[in-house]
Design a protein around this ligand. Sequence first.
Ligand SMILES: [Zn+2]
Length: 158
Amino acid sequence: MEYIELSGGACSDCVQAISNDDYSGMSDAVEGQVRAGVTRVTERGTGVTGLVVGVEKGFSREPCAVCGGLAGDRHEVGYLREEEEEADEPEADEPDEDDLVTSDDRNFYQYGKRVLVVDEEEDRDDAIRAYMDREQFWPDAWSISDHGNAHRIDLSGK
Ligand SMILES: [Zn+2]
């Protein structure tokens, strides 16, 4: 959760409404302004869960940050917002330098060096798996098309 303070602060009517959901003692006009202000702030963005009132700040000439009311005593006010979740990194669709890469399904390169040559009569995927088992390292393997697109080779053996 992230706390975002609203500059200007909240008037005593808004503090009463936010803290206690209490709109008593307000004229209809003021109550309408306060309700509209609370709604406006809480609908400010996704993940906004509500208003929080803080310490008293004293007199201010600025309008209330919630209802826009006239100058008066102010309390600190802000809202809580859930922090946006980091988007999951999409799975890389480009070979890393430690991956096995081929453009002819015969010659495989790793770190820019040819590390594996698959014989004509050998099954390509078996040869890759055998190589990785020998090296005790199982990176991804990629086949690069004539157009330069990398396709991950499925080595699950299915
Ligand atoms: Zn107010």
